[in-house]
Design a protein around this ligand. Structure first.
Ligand code: NAP
Length: 224
């Protein structure tokens, strides 16, 4: 039986990732920072709630200590920081908060769970990133020029490659969900959260000879 943990999964793309993994027969831990929201979502989709704030070391320690095995980690929790943070108008504390969740939280949680993932015969890590962080695309990107969100995803892509290099026994990849209507963008996206979950689920359930250290959306590899 394969066991998965998805962070930031009480709503949006994370919740849809959990649903799809449960449908495929996995035992899924639904990570959420708010116990009320997390318990409710987990009960609705047949997952087990785990309290997990990726910016809180004690929450990470408790969550890791409560797991006996883990095959799949999906680092999905993410924030934008709200205000634009365009060049010339940067609010550095907000940028730090965004990096805390989108980058440092991923590193802290992944390191805490690596001992379990290494024991798995089919260990997978999926980092939910975004093509807005693709360096190749930034010069012509139509996305808001946020100094918080955009570079946090660029950094997450680098983090993904470093874990893939360091852990050849695992498959470690970044997934882009596409522009999905969720609370993150006040439901401005043109895809559904369910559609957005597809690329992460595919990478979470990759065959043992599947790629590692890559960046993919639903249609295949994405430029760095
Ligand atoms: P969402 O609906 O706003 O969901 C974000 C989730 O992350 C929520 O469950 C939120 O919990 C959780 N979260 C935030 N900070 C957290 C923390 N410190 N610890 C644990 N959980 C935390 O957004 P979404 O669109 O589904 O985004 C999911 C991922 O997809 C993010 O990484 C985002 O960057 C990425 N993405 C989204 C799009 C898009 O178009 N939507 C495009 C590309 C990439 P609360 O409910 O408690 O706030």
């Amino acid at each position: 039986m394969t066991t998965a943990l998805v962070t930031g999964a009480n709503k949006g793309i994370g919740l849809e990732i959990v649903k799809k993994l449960v449908d495929q027969g996995l035992t899924v831990y639904l990570g959420a920072r708010d116990p009320e929201k997390g318990e409710k979502a987990a009960a609705e989709v047949g997952a087990t709630f785990v309290q997990l704030d990726v910016t809180d070391p004690e929450s990470i320690r408790r969550a890791a200590a409560g797991l006996e095995r883990l095959d799949v980690l999906v680092n999905n929790a993410g924030i934008t920081g709200g205000r634009l943070n365009a060049p010339g108008d940067a609010d550095v504390p907000t940028i730090r908060e965004v990096f805390d969740t989108n980058v440092f939280g991923v590193i802290a949680l992944t390191d805490a769970l690596l001992p379990l993932l290494r024991k798995s015969e089919h260990g997978r890590i999926v980092n939910v990133s975004s093509t807005v962080g693709s360096l190749a695309g930034i010069p012509t990107s139509q996305s808001p020029p946020s100094l918080a969100y955009v570079p946090s995803k660029t950094a997450l892509n680098a983090v993904t490659v470093l874990y893939a290099k360091a852990e050849p026994g695992l498959r470690v990849n970044a997934a882009c969900p596409g522009y999905c209507a969720t609370d993150l963008n006040n439901h401005a996206g043109y895809r559904t959260a369910e559609q957005g979950a597809t690329s992460a689920v595919r990478l979470a359930t990759l065959a043992d000879d599947g790629p590692t250290g890559g960046f993919f959306d639903e249609d295949g590899p994405v430029a760095w």
